[in-house]
Design a binder for this molecule. Sequence first.
Ligand code: BG6
Length: 506
Amino acid sequence: MVPAGNPLLDNLRIEPTPGATTLVIFGASGDLTRRKLLPALHTLSRGQRLPARFAVVGIGRTELSDDDFRQQFRESLREHAEVTGDDDVVRSLEGRLSYICGDTGDPALYERLAERLKEIGGADGVLYYLAIPPGVYSTVVERLGAAGLAGTPGRGWRRVIVEKPFGTDLASARALNELLHRHFEEDQIFRIDHYLGKETVQNLLVLRFANGMFEPIWNRRYIDHVQITAAETVGVEGRAAYYEGAGALRDMVQNHLMQLLALVAMEPPVEFSAGTVRDRKMDALKAVQPVSLEGENADAVRAQYRAGWVERREVPGYRSEPGVGVESTTETYVALRLRLDNWRWAGVPFYLRTGKRLPKRTTEIAIQFHRPPLEIFRRVSPTPLMSNLLVINVQPDEGISMRFDAKIPGTRMQVAPVMMNFRYGTTFPGEVPEAYETLLLDAMLGDATLFARHDFVETSWALVTPVHEAWEEHGDTSIPGYEAGEWGPQEADSLIARDGRRWRTL
Ligand code: BG6
């Protein structure tokens, strides 16, 4: 399939380029910088999406010279972007990198940063990227403020990108917002949720609001329920120090899954702008009712993976992972049943599930429609009739599929479900940008549409914090288990089965 009207694609290429920018990365010798940020900068540069006047100042505690930092840049491209060559793009970008070694608590570091920014000279915009552990955010933000580096000078701009986790509960998220707001205006703050940078997630907005045919049926009259799944095959990946204090609810649900839910559930915005889109998402989130945790009928299930087999490999249980206690009750799987009380969604459950060490890596949103009011083919069809289904495949096979019933060719009137598939990779050949490329660029452009706003973050924490606290209270060793390589615990099946429904088989 070729997209209709190819000239449209050419028009899309007329894209805005940010004005002069200096990107200051706190945590420049860290994992995120190597794995995501440096490769993203390289791709942006290759696509000529970086401003003509662009510089990167890396800040870290590791003693590195400018040359060492450039070397690290090359290594990161080799390891994480499969770029081994020494082309013009690499050389040009490398020449724009410099490094300052220092302790983020030391005011002298900020004096040196101020000097460096002056030396680079003329940059209208400075983007601070906090690629550091959350425990250090407050120090950096306070020190930037104290050094006069947070406020917007005459014609330039100052912005800050904050990585997740954005707090660990409602109180800490509020405190973090307050801290940021003491030194930065909300429109200077860009809270990353990398799911919002994923192509298919953005496409959800296009699917819903660029087409006339979905919106009229996108409601309780036509939709039976919604399932949002984020399944991972990986385990805790050596991140136990962080994950032990987080768990799946706070690591995946509070941020990524809530964002997906809001995009599915939101009302149509009157325009595609950061303010309006985020207002409508907020409305949707506010409609989500507190999660019921009452005994047998609790709307939240947690579980932890035990040893098993994933992708034909034997893997240890969570409690045997390095850095995890033998009695850990940290959940690696969560299933939720959410209720949205508004006119559009009253009576339509949203089932969310996410887990590590599941059989397959896949993230999808499934919109399950009601069955037809009258099933006139029931008696002649050999297979049970299925209801219509719209699936947005977020990853890894980005695309959209629609299931409907069709007549099986032949003299008899037999019906079977068929799929109509749109695959990104086939329709739009070429590289799909990584979330970090999109988000870095948007932050440089000052477009906050795909970033989490303070009220969204807090409302989402307000929903998940009581669940987490209730689980903490029952902090015994009896967390349900599931074998690595299986689709979660029995309890999750029961959660959805109570409503006469079942999880999709993926
Ligand atoms: C991160 C979580 O935010 O998202 C990880 O901290 C998780 O635990 C990751 O593995 C999943 O992201 P993706 O893009 O691979 O779905």
